[in-house]
Design a protein around this ligand. Structure first.
Ligand SMILES: [Cu+2]
Length: 149
C-alpha cells in the first residue's frame, strides 16, 4: 500500500509533463507542420555530435518544405539521410525536406535524421529547443526530450 502511495506522484508528474509538452500546439494556431514523437539521442561522453528524430505531419493540403533547422546550444544543424553504399552505410546532407500534402515524413534511426553538430550538452532528461524553418516563412518551435540509447 505504502509503495503505491509513493509511486503515484511520479506518474502524475509524467502526465503533467506530457500535458505541458503538448500545450504549445493547443495554445497556438495550428502550424502547417506538426511535430510528433520527437526526441534527441543523448550525447555519448567525449562526442559532440548526435541526432534528433521525429515524425513531421503536413497539416495542410499543400506541399510543405523544411528549409533549415536550428537548435539551442548546437553549433550547426543539418538534414541528413543514410545511404547504403558498397563501402557500407554513410550519411549525406540534403538541402531540404519536402512533405507532400497531408502526408507524414519520418526522421528515424537508419533513415533521415536531423544531425546535431557541435552539441554543448544533451543528457537524458534535458529538453532541447528545436526550430524548423518552413519555406512558407513559418518557424515551428518544439522542445524535444533527450533520450538514452
Ligand atoms: Cu548524420
Amino acid at each position: 500500500m505504502m509503495s503505491k502511495l509513493i509511486r503515484r506522484p511520479g506518474r502524475l508528474s509524467v502526465a503533467l509533463l506530457l500535458l505541458l509538452l503538448s500545450m504549445p500546439i493547443l495554445a497556438e494556431p495550428a502550424s502547417a507542420v506538426l511535430v510528433e514523437d520527437g526526441y534527441v539521442r543523448e550525447l555519448i561522453p567525449g562526442q559532440h555530435n548526435t541526432a534528433a528524430f521525429m515524425t513531421l505531419v503536413n497539416n495542410t493540403d499543400q506541399e510543405q518544405v523544411i528549409l533549415a533547422v536550428t537548435a539551442a546550444g548546437v553549433e550547426r544543424v543539418e538534414l541528413h539521410q543514410h545511404l547504403h553504399r558498397p563501402q557500407g552505410m554513410t550519411m549525406e546532407a540534403v538541402n531540404k525536406v519536402t512533405i507532400a500534402a497531408g502526408e507524414r515524413f519520418e526522421f528515424a534511426p537508419g533513415g533521415y535524421h536531423v544531425m546535431l553538430i557541435g552539441v554543448k550538452q544533451a543528457s537524458v532528461g534535458q529538453l532541447l529547443a528545436l526550430q524548423l524553418q518552413l519555406a512558407n516563412g513559418e518557424v515551428v518551435k518544439r522542445l524535444l526530450p533527450v533520450q538514452g540509447y
